[in-house]
Design a protein around this ligand. Structure first.
Ligand SMILES: *Cc1c(COP(=O)(O)O)cnc(C)c1O
Length: 401
Protein backbone atom coordinates (compact mmCIF):
# COMPACT_ATOMS: atom_id res chain seq x y z
CA UNK A 1 0.00 0.00 0.00
CA UNK A 2 1.32 3.43 -0.94
CA UNK A 3 0.67 5.49 2.21
CA UNK A 4 -1.03 8.86 1.79
CA UNK A 5 1.25 10.60 4.24
CA UNK A 6 4.87 10.22 5.13
CA UNK A 7 6.87 12.12 7.69
CA UNK A 8 10.22 13.53 6.71
CA UNK A 9 12.96 12.33 9.05
CA UNK A 10 16.54 13.46 8.61
CA UNK A 11 19.51 11.90 10.35
CA UNK A 12 20.22 15.25 11.99
CA UNK A 13 16.80 15.42 13.66
CA UNK A 14 17.50 12.95 16.43
CA UNK A 15 20.86 14.62 17.08
CA UNK A 16 19.12 17.98 17.42
CA UNK A 17 16.65 16.58 19.94
CA UNK A 18 19.47 15.12 22.02
CA UNK A 19 21.62 18.24 21.76
CA UNK A 20 18.78 20.41 23.03
CA UNK A 21 18.56 18.37 26.22
CA UNK A 22 22.19 19.26 27.00
CA UNK A 23 21.98 22.89 25.95
CA UNK A 24 21.42 25.81 28.29
CA UNK A 25 18.05 27.51 28.03
CA UNK A 26 19.73 30.69 26.74
CA UNK A 27 21.26 28.75 23.83
CA UNK A 28 17.90 27.24 22.89
CA UNK A 29 16.29 30.67 23.07
CA UNK A 30 18.96 32.07 20.73
CA UNK A 31 18.30 29.26 18.23
CA UNK A 32 14.60 30.13 18.18
CA UNK A 33 15.44 33.81 17.58
CA UNK A 34 17.77 32.85 14.71
CA UNK A 35 15.04 30.75 13.09
CA UNK A 36 12.51 33.57 13.45
CA UNK A 37 14.91 36.02 11.81
CA UNK A 38 15.68 33.61 8.96
CA UNK A 39 11.97 33.01 8.40
CA UNK A 40 11.20 36.75 8.30
CA UNK A 41 14.08 37.32 5.88
CA UNK A 42 12.88 34.47 3.66
CA UNK A 43 9.37 35.95 3.51
CA UNK A 44 10.51 39.53 3.12
CA UNK A 45 8.45 40.38 6.19
CA UNK A 46 9.52 42.57 9.13
CA UNK A 47 8.56 40.28 12.02
CA UNK A 48 8.20 36.52 12.45
CA UNK A 49 7.53 34.76 15.76
CA UNK A 50 7.51 31.00 16.34
CA UNK A 51 4.39 29.59 18.03
CA UNK A 52 3.20 26.25 19.41
CA UNK A 53 1.22 25.48 16.21
CA UNK A 54 -0.43 27.10 13.21
CA UNK A 55 -3.67 27.18 15.19
CA UNK A 56 -1.88 28.89 18.07
CA UNK A 57 -0.60 31.55 15.64
CA UNK A 58 -4.17 32.09 14.40
CA UNK A 59 -5.47 32.55 17.95
CA UNK A 60 -2.69 35.01 18.76
CA UNK A 61 -3.50 36.99 15.61
CA UNK A 62 -7.26 37.07 16.32
CA UNK A 63 -6.61 38.34 19.85
CA UNK A 64 -3.80 40.67 18.79
CA UNK A 65 -5.95 42.36 16.14
CA UNK A 66 -8.52 43.13 18.78
CA UNK A 67 -11.41 41.18 17.26
CA UNK A 68 -14.15 40.93 19.89
CA UNK A 69 -17.38 38.94 20.37
CA UNK A 70 -20.04 39.87 17.84
CA UNK A 71 -17.54 40.91 15.17
CA UNK A 72 -18.13 39.37 11.76
CA UNK A 73 -15.24 37.58 10.05
CA UNK A 74 -15.30 36.35 6.45
CA UNK A 75 -13.79 32.87 6.06
CA UNK A 76 -13.31 30.55 3.05
CA UNK A 77 -16.22 28.18 2.36
CA UNK A 78 -13.68 25.38 1.79
CA UNK A 79 -10.86 25.00 4.30
CA UNK A 80 -9.78 23.20 7.49
CA UNK A 81 -12.90 22.79 9.66
CA UNK A 82 -10.87 22.60 12.87
CA UNK A 83 -10.14 26.32 12.57
CA UNK A 84 -13.80 27.32 13.01
CA UNK A 85 -14.13 26.50 16.75
CA UNK A 86 -11.08 28.68 17.51
CA UNK A 87 -12.89 31.63 15.95
CA UNK A 88 -16.29 30.77 17.38
CA UNK A 89 -14.83 30.45 20.88
CA UNK A 90 -14.03 34.17 20.60
CA UNK A 91 -17.66 34.96 19.79
CA UNK A 92 -16.88 35.86 16.19
CA UNK A 93 -19.72 35.53 13.70
CA UNK A 94 -18.42 33.68 10.65
CA UNK A 95 -19.59 34.24 7.08
CA UNK A 96 -18.34 31.81 4.42
CA UNK A 97 -17.17 33.21 1.07
CA UNK A 98 -17.51 30.67 -1.73
CA UNK A 99 -14.52 29.22 -3.56
CA UNK A 100 -13.93 28.87 -7.28
CA UNK A 101 -14.07 25.09 -7.91
CA UNK A 102 -11.34 25.45 -10.56
CA UNK A 103 -8.78 26.83 -8.11
CA UNK A 104 -10.39 25.86 -4.75
CA UNK A 105 -9.63 29.42 -3.59
CA UNK A 106 -11.89 32.32 -2.66
CA UNK A 107 -11.98 35.19 -5.17
CA UNK A 108 -12.08 38.94 -4.63
CA UNK A 109 -15.65 38.92 -5.96
CA UNK A 110 -16.84 36.11 -3.68
CA UNK A 111 -15.38 37.87 -0.63
CA UNK A 112 -16.74 41.26 -1.71
CA UNK A 113 -20.21 39.69 -1.94
CA UNK A 114 -19.99 38.81 1.78
CA UNK A 115 -18.98 42.26 3.03
CA UNK A 116 -21.59 43.80 5.30
CA UNK A 117 -21.95 46.61 7.82
CA UNK A 118 -20.63 44.36 10.63
CA UNK A 119 -17.65 42.86 8.78
CA UNK A 120 -14.55 43.37 10.93
CA UNK A 121 -12.04 41.15 9.18
CA UNK A 122 -11.19 38.84 6.26
CA UNK A 123 -9.51 35.46 6.70
CA UNK A 124 -8.20 33.79 3.53
CA UNK A 125 -6.18 30.66 2.81
CA UNK A 126 -3.85 29.94 -0.09
CA UNK A 127 -5.35 26.51 -0.67
CA UNK A 128 -3.01 23.59 -1.43
CA UNK A 129 -0.17 26.05 -2.03
CA UNK A 130 -1.87 28.00 -4.83
CA UNK A 131 -1.97 31.72 -4.08
CA UNK A 132 -5.41 33.33 -3.96
CA UNK A 133 -5.85 36.83 -5.40
CA UNK A 134 -4.13 38.38 -2.41
CA UNK A 135 -3.51 41.76 -4.07
CA UNK A 136 -7.18 42.27 -4.92
CA UNK A 137 -8.27 40.99 -1.51
CA UNK A 138 -5.88 43.28 0.36
CA UNK A 139 -7.16 46.25 -1.66
CA UNK A 140 -10.69 45.28 -0.65
CA UNK A 141 -9.73 45.07 3.05
CA UNK A 142 -7.85 48.35 2.90
CA UNK A 143 -10.79 50.15 1.31
CA UNK A 144 -12.97 48.99 4.21
CA UNK A 145 -10.27 49.64 6.79
CA UNK A 146 -10.42 46.09 8.15
CA UNK A 147 -7.60 43.57 8.74
CA UNK A 148 -6.86 40.65 6.43
CA UNK A 149 -5.34 37.44 7.83
CA UNK A 150 -3.46 35.11 5.46
CA UNK A 151 -3.45 31.37 6.24
CA UNK A 152 -0.22 30.21 4.60
CA UNK A 153 -0.15 26.75 6.19
CA UNK A 154 0.06 25.21 2.68
CA UNK A 155 1.88 27.98 0.92
CA UNK A 156 5.37 28.55 2.32
CA UNK A 157 7.37 29.84 -0.65
CA UNK A 158 4.44 30.68 -2.94
CA UNK A 159 4.83 34.05 -4.68
CA UNK A 160 2.62 36.72 -6.22
CA UNK A 161 4.33 39.37 -8.33
CA UNK A 162 7.75 38.39 -6.97
CA UNK A 163 6.63 38.71 -3.34
CA UNK A 164 6.11 35.78 -0.96
CA UNK A 165 2.61 35.18 0.32
CA UNK A 166 2.37 35.90 4.03
CA UNK A 167 3.83 39.35 3.56
CA UNK A 168 0.70 40.96 2.06
CA UNK A 169 -1.99 40.99 4.75
CA UNK A 170 -2.14 42.39 8.29
CA UNK A 171 -0.70 39.12 9.61
CA UNK A 172 -0.08 35.57 8.41
CA UNK A 173 0.14 32.13 9.96
CA UNK A 174 2.28 29.18 8.90
CA UNK A 175 2.28 25.62 10.21
CA UNK A 176 5.42 23.64 11.07
CA UNK A 177 3.42 20.45 11.65
CA UNK A 178 4.84 17.12 10.44
CA UNK A 179 2.75 17.19 7.24
CA UNK A 180 3.77 20.70 6.20
CA UNK A 181 6.66 22.02 4.09
CA UNK A 182 9.02 22.95 6.93
CA UNK A 183 8.14 20.26 9.44
CA UNK A 184 9.61 20.61 12.94
CA UNK A 185 7.49 18.09 14.88
CA UNK A 186 4.81 20.69 15.44
CA UNK A 187 4.99 24.43 15.81
CA UNK A 188 3.86 27.38 13.81
CA UNK A 189 5.03 30.77 12.67
CA UNK A 190 3.31 34.12 12.77
CA UNK A 191 4.43 36.85 10.37
CA UNK A 192 3.51 40.51 10.23
CA UNK A 193 4.81 43.89 9.09
CA UNK A 194 2.91 45.59 11.91
CA UNK A 195 5.42 46.51 14.66
CA UNK A 196 2.76 47.15 17.31
CA UNK A 197 1.06 43.79 16.64
CA UNK A 198 4.43 42.00 16.74
CA UNK A 199 5.23 43.65 20.06
CA UNK A 200 1.94 42.77 21.76
CA UNK A 201 2.05 39.16 20.54
CA UNK A 202 5.73 38.95 21.50
CA UNK A 203 4.86 39.84 25.09
CA UNK A 204 2.41 36.91 25.25
CA UNK A 205 4.93 34.49 23.72
CA UNK A 206 7.84 35.60 25.91
CA UNK A 207 5.81 34.90 29.05
CA UNK A 208 5.13 31.28 28.11
CA UNK A 209 6.62 28.31 29.95
CA UNK A 210 9.74 26.92 28.28
CA UNK A 211 9.92 23.18 28.11
CA UNK A 212 11.42 21.00 25.41
CA UNK A 213 9.57 17.94 26.65
CA UNK A 214 6.20 17.99 24.75
CA UNK A 215 7.89 18.55 21.40
CA UNK A 216 10.63 15.99 22.15
CA UNK A 217 7.98 13.41 23.03
CA UNK A 218 6.20 14.18 19.79
CA UNK A 219 9.45 13.76 17.83
CA UNK A 220 9.97 10.33 19.38
CA UNK A 221 6.38 9.21 18.71
CA UNK A 222 6.43 10.51 15.13
CA UNK A 223 9.69 8.62 14.50
CA UNK A 224 7.92 5.47 15.72
CA UNK A 225 4.91 6.19 13.50
CA UNK A 226 7.11 6.65 10.47
CA UNK A 227 8.92 3.36 11.11
CA UNK A 228 5.52 1.64 11.19
CA UNK A 229 4.42 3.38 7.96
CA UNK A 230 7.59 2.16 6.24
CA UNK A 231 7.10 -1.44 7.39
CA UNK A 232 5.09 -4.10 5.52
CA UNK A 233 2.78 -4.29 8.53
CA UNK A 234 1.29 -0.95 7.59
CA UNK A 235 -0.48 -2.13 4.43
CA UNK A 236 -2.12 -4.91 6.42
CA UNK A 237 -3.18 -2.57 9.20
CA UNK A 238 -4.62 -0.11 6.71
CA UNK A 239 -6.64 -2.81 4.96
CA UNK A 240 -8.01 -3.97 8.31
CA UNK A 241 -8.96 -0.49 9.48
CA UNK A 242 -10.22 0.70 6.10
CA UNK A 243 -12.59 -2.26 5.84
CA UNK A 244 -16.21 -1.49 5.02
CA UNK A 245 -17.61 1.63 3.35
CA UNK A 246 -15.75 4.92 3.03
CA UNK A 247 -13.13 3.94 5.59
CA UNK A 248 -12.94 7.18 7.54
CA UNK A 249 -12.51 5.19 10.75
CA UNK A 250 -8.76 5.03 10.26
CA UNK A 251 -8.65 8.74 9.54
CA UNK A 252 -10.58 9.58 12.71
CA UNK A 253 -8.35 7.33 14.79
CA UNK A 254 -5.22 8.83 13.26
CA UNK A 255 -6.36 12.39 13.85
CA UNK A 256 -7.33 11.64 17.44
CA UNK A 257 -3.90 10.18 18.19
CA UNK A 258 -2.21 13.01 16.33
CA UNK A 259 -4.12 15.66 18.32
CA UNK A 260 -3.12 14.04 21.59
CA UNK A 261 0.51 14.89 20.99
CA UNK A 262 -0.22 18.47 19.89
CA UNK A 263 1.68 20.97 22.08
CA UNK A 264 -0.43 23.34 24.18
CA UNK A 265 0.38 27.00 24.65
CA UNK A 266 4.08 26.49 25.37
CA UNK A 267 7.13 28.17 23.89
CA UNK A 268 8.61 26.88 20.64
CA UNK A 269 11.76 24.81 21.32
CA UNK A 270 15.41 25.16 20.46
CA UNK A 271 15.73 21.77 18.77
CA UNK A 272 12.70 22.53 16.61
CA UNK A 273 14.34 25.78 15.53
CA UNK A 274 17.53 23.94 14.51
CA UNK A 275 15.52 21.48 12.43
CA UNK A 276 13.50 24.36 10.99
CA UNK A 277 16.59 26.30 9.95
CA UNK A 278 17.88 23.28 8.04
CA UNK A 279 14.54 22.68 6.26
CA UNK A 280 13.94 26.33 5.45
CA UNK A 281 17.16 26.30 3.43
CA UNK A 282 15.72 23.48 1.32
CA UNK A 283 12.17 24.75 0.90
CA UNK A 284 12.51 26.33 -2.57
CA UNK A 285 14.20 23.22 -3.98
CA UNK A 286 11.49 21.06 -2.40
CA UNK A 287 8.72 23.16 -3.92
CA UNK A 288 10.37 22.95 -7.35
CA UNK A 289 10.93 19.18 -7.09
CA UNK A 290 7.42 18.31 -5.97
CA UNK A 291 5.65 20.84 -8.19
CA UNK A 292 7.32 19.21 -11.16
CA UNK A 293 5.87 15.85 -10.12
CA UNK A 294 2.53 17.54 -9.44
CA UNK A 295 2.46 18.85 -12.99
CA UNK A 296 3.47 15.49 -14.38
CA UNK A 297 0.60 13.73 -12.56
CA UNK A 298 -1.90 16.43 -13.28
CA UNK A 299 -0.89 17.12 -16.88
CA UNK A 300 -2.22 13.84 -18.24
CA UNK A 301 -5.49 13.77 -16.33
CA UNK A 302 -8.57 13.37 -18.50
CA UNK A 303 -12.29 13.53 -17.67
CA UNK A 304 -13.88 12.65 -15.31
CA UNK A 305 -10.75 13.91 -13.53
CA UNK A 306 -10.39 17.68 -13.37
CA UNK A 307 -6.94 19.08 -12.57
CA UNK A 308 -6.84 21.97 -10.10
CA UNK A 309 -5.67 25.24 -11.63
CA UNK A 310 -2.87 26.55 -9.42
CA UNK A 311 -0.90 29.19 -11.29
CA UNK A 312 -3.60 31.69 -12.23
CA UNK A 313 -2.50 34.27 -9.64
CA UNK A 314 1.14 33.49 -8.96
CA UNK A 315 3.73 30.78 -8.35
CA UNK A 316 2.39 27.96 -6.16
CA UNK A 317 4.14 26.16 -3.32
CA UNK A 318 3.70 22.40 -2.88
CA UNK A 319 1.45 20.95 -0.20
CA UNK A 320 -0.48 17.85 -1.29
CA UNK A 321 -1.45 16.45 -4.66
CA UNK A 322 -5.12 17.21 -5.09
CA UNK A 323 -7.37 16.85 -8.13
CA UNK A 324 -11.12 16.66 -8.67
CA UNK A 325 -12.99 13.56 -9.77
CA UNK A 326 -16.50 14.20 -11.07
CA UNK A 327 -17.74 10.70 -10.32
CA UNK A 328 -18.29 8.41 -7.34
CA UNK A 329 -15.28 9.27 -5.13
CA UNK A 330 -16.10 6.62 -2.52
CA UNK A 331 -16.01 3.95 -5.21
CA UNK A 332 -12.79 5.47 -6.55
CA UNK A 333 -11.29 5.25 -3.07
CA UNK A 334 -12.12 1.54 -2.96
CA UNK A 335 -10.65 0.95 -6.42
CA UNK A 336 -7.52 2.81 -5.32
CA UNK A 337 -7.16 0.60 -2.27
CA UNK A 338 -7.39 -2.46 -4.50
CA UNK A 339 -4.61 -0.96 -6.62
CA UNK A 340 -2.52 -0.43 -3.47
CA UNK A 341 -2.99 3.33 -3.26
CA UNK A 342 -4.27 5.08 -0.14
CA UNK A 343 -6.43 7.79 -1.69
CA UNK A 344 -8.08 10.52 0.41
CA UNK A 345 -11.58 11.83 -0.30
CA UNK A 346 -14.12 14.16 1.35
CA UNK A 347 -13.09 15.59 4.71
CA UNK A 348 -9.79 13.70 4.52
CA UNK A 349 -8.83 16.26 1.87
CA UNK A 350 -10.47 19.41 3.32
CA UNK A 351 -13.80 20.52 4.81
CA UNK A 352 -16.90 22.21 3.43
CA UNK A 353 -16.80 24.95 6.06
CA UNK A 354 -19.87 26.67 4.61
CA UNK A 355 -21.92 23.54 5.31
CA UNK A 356 -20.35 23.25 8.79
CA UNK A 357 -21.60 26.79 9.43
CA UNK A 358 -25.07 25.86 8.18
CA UNK A 359 -24.66 28.02 5.10
CA UNK A 360 -25.99 26.43 1.93
CA UNK A 361 -25.30 29.15 -0.61
CA UNK A 362 -21.79 28.08 -1.63
CA UNK A 363 -22.07 25.78 -4.67
CA UNK A 364 -18.32 26.07 -5.37
CA UNK A 365 -17.44 24.65 -1.97
CA UNK A 366 -20.06 21.88 -2.36
CA UNK A 367 -18.49 20.89 -5.70
CA UNK A 368 -14.99 21.04 -4.27
CA UNK A 369 -15.92 18.92 -1.26
CA UNK A 370 -17.79 16.30 -3.28
CA UNK A 371 -15.08 15.85 -5.90
CA UNK A 372 -11.68 16.54 -4.31
CA UNK A 373 -9.30 13.58 -4.09
CA UNK A 374 -5.80 13.43 -2.64
CA UNK A 375 -3.15 11.04 -3.95
CA UNK A 376 0.13 10.21 -2.19
CA UNK A 377 2.88 12.58 -3.33
CA UNK A 378 5.84 13.58 -1.15
CA UNK A 379 9.60 13.53 -0.95
CA UNK A 380 10.77 9.95 -0.71
CA UNK A 381 7.98 8.51 -2.87
CA UNK A 382 9.81 5.91 -4.96
CA UNK A 383 9.83 6.40 -8.75
CA UNK A 384 8.18 3.02 -9.28
CA UNK A 385 5.33 3.97 -6.97
CA UNK A 386 4.92 7.33 -8.66
CA UNK A 387 4.70 5.64 -12.07
CA UNK A 388 2.24 3.06 -10.77
CA UNK A 389 -0.04 5.84 -9.53
CA UNK A 390 0.28 7.83 -12.73
CA UNK A 391 -0.66 4.79 -14.85
CA UNK A 392 -3.54 3.91 -12.55
CA UNK A 393 -4.99 7.43 -12.75
CA UNK A 394 -4.75 7.39 -16.55
CA UNK A 395 -6.31 3.95 -16.82
CA UNK A 396 -9.42 5.34 -15.13
CA UNK A 397 -9.85 8.40 -17.30
CA UNK A 398 -12.99 8.21 -19.39
CA UNK A 399 -14.57 5.65 -17.05
CA UNK A 400 -17.05 7.70 -15.10
CA UNK A 401 -18.77 4.79 -13.31
C1 LIG B 1 -2.30 22.63 8.88
C2 LIG B 1 -3.19 23.79 8.72
C3 LIG B 1 -3.25 24.84 9.66
C4 LIG B 1 -2.46 24.89 10.95
O1 LIG B 1 -2.35 23.68 11.53
P1 LIG B 1 -1.56 23.28 12.86
O2 LIG B 1 -1.72 21.81 12.83
O3 LIG B 1 -2.28 23.94 13.99
O4 LIG B 1 -0.14 23.71 12.77
C5 LIG B 1 -4.06 25.93 9.37
N1 LIG B 1 -4.77 25.98 8.24
C6 LIG B 1 -4.76 25.00 7.32
C7 LIG B 1 -5.56 25.15 6.07
C8 LIG B 1 -3.98 23.86 7.54
O5 LIG B 1 -3.97 22.87 6.64
Amino acid sequence: MIPRRRIRLDLGDAADVLAAAWSAEAANRADVARFEQAFAAYLGCRHARATASGRDALELILDGLGLVPGDELIVPAYTLGELLPLMQARGLRLVAADVDPRTLNVTTDSVAACLGADTRGIFVVHMFGAPCDIVGLCALAQKRGIPLIEDCAHALGAMVGGRRVGSFGSAALFSLEVNKAVATFGGGMLATNDAALARSIGRVLDARPRTEWPAARKAVLKHAEELLVRSPLYGLLLRLLLGGGGGSRFERLYRRLHDRVRAGHVAYCGFQARIGLRRLRDVDARNARLNQRWNELSGGLLAPFVPVCRDEIGMPAFYNFVARYDGDVVKLRRQARDAGIDLGVGSEVMDNTAALLGQHDCPGAATAFASAIQCPLYDGLADARFLHMKRWLRSLAGTRS
